[in-house]
Design a binder for this molecule. Structure first.
Ligand code: V47
Length: 359
């Protein structure tokens, strides 16, 4: 393979030309400072010093799961024998508390629980929407959509229509993991395939709805798999324009079945943010999800292309089960203070990135 000259590569990025797989991989050979400058240039041109966040609440209503993903420490299994499934009353109580405390969004992601029933999933969204019509319901990953379709013998279309009828406003980006089929088979065999994941989001976007997309990295994948993941997304986004944000999730290592020898350095994580900003020219926002990056690195990621820090989240059970410091969320004043002290302007946004308040 002919290696691309670094100067030519930098010029190509600066001119706004699109990069291919090989060029995307070559970006990792640039030094961190150069990559940071390139990504920061793109971020500044779009958003200046603004850093977006929302006041949200993560709800993870059940951890009972029929699938076994090697990276997951959250699902109830022999590594986590503490099964739970919340009642609708419990879920509503959380939504009520969050709404009364200023949350604009509930982010609801569950495990694939075959005993809960379709109405348990859909009824929860409907009841929240009936009680709090202005609370944005971001719910069901494409992995959950596929699980419900398989479990109840429905098409993906039927599940998506049901979500809309029951008050779901947008879809979170979970379940994407890594699209490369070989890596995917190794880390989460049996779950939604890459093709299905992309197709479900395509169908959701065709219904005029927005979603996010994640990429789980820092486990057994190689750099080329991350680039491939991003380019498959760029292709879909060209067709639908329905992704709001790209969210690289840094793999958390505790309490799971994936044996990883080497973890990504801070430098590798920052390079991955910067490269995503450069390659994904058509996805408007890049989210440094502080839960998996750590708040310190997420704040630095603002200088490497990230313009969004997710939100205050209040409580989170999936990544905290695997070691992340997110079980209690983040205090709003502290969050705003940290963003300001890092030299950026905190902007509270709604789930669709309309600005609510500039701090
Ligand atoms: O898809 C599971 C990940 C995701 C681990 O759309 C892990 O705004 C790291 O969907 N280490 C669910 N990650 C979370 C999710 C999400 C999060 C934040 C924002 C948004 C959004 C969506 O959690 C899963 C999986 O990739 N996950 N285990 C782990 N050990």
């Amino acid at each position: 393979m002919i290696k691309m000259n670094k100067i030519d590569l930098i010029k190509k990025v600066q001119s706004g030309e699109r990069l291919n797989q090989q060029e995307g991989e070559a970006l990792y050979d640039l030094d961190l400072y150069t990559l940071g400058e390139l990504a920061d240039g793109i971020r500044k041109a779009r958003y200046g010093k603004k850093s977006y966040f929302n006041i949200n609440r993560h709800i993870n209503p059940t951890n009972v799961c029929k699938d076994i993903c090697k990276f997951c420490a959250y699902s109830a299994s022999r590594k986590n024998p503490n099964q739970y499934t919340m009642s609708h009353e419990e879920i509503l109580e959380i939504a009520k508390h969050s709404w009364e405390n200023g949350a604009k969004e509930v982010h609801i992601v569950s495990a694939h629980n075959p005993e809960a029933g379709l109405e348990w999933y859909m009824g929860a969204f409907r009841k929240i929407k009936e009680a709090y019509p202005d609370l944005h319901v971001k719910a069901l990953t494409a992995a959950e959509v596929n699980f419900l379709a398989e479990e109840y013998d429905l098409s993906h279309d039927a599940v998506l229509d049901m979500m809309i009828e029951n008050g779901v406003d947008s879809m979170p980006g979970g379940g994407a993991e890594i699209f490369d089929e070989e890596v995917r088979d190794f880390i989460c065999k049996g779950k939604v395939t890459s093709e299905q994941w992309l197709d479900i989001h395509r169908k959701w976007h065709q219904r005029g709805k927005m979603s996010n997309v994640t990429m789980l990295f820092g486990h057994v994948e190689a750099r080329r798999h991350r680039i491939d993941h991003m380019l498959r997304l760029r292709d879909l986004q060209d067709k639908t324009g329905g992704f709001n944000a790209f969210i690289p999730l840094v793999y958390q290592r505790d309490n799971n079945f994936l044996k990883v020898r080497e973890f990504p350095t801070g430098q590798e994580i920052l390079k991955t943010y910067a490269i995503s900003r450069i390659l994904l020219d058509n996805i408007p926002h890049l989210k440094a999800y502080w839960v998996t990056a750590s708040i310190g690195l997420a704040l630095i990621a603002q200088e490497f292309g990230a313009d969004d820090l997710d939100g205050t989240i209040e409580k989170e059970s999936i990544q905290s089960a695997a070691g992340a410091a997110s079980s209690h969320g983040m205090d709003l004043n502290e969050f705003v203070g940290l963003i300001k002290n890092s030299g950026f302007t905190p902007v509270e946004r709604d789930s669709l990135y309309n600005e609510i308040k500039v701090y």
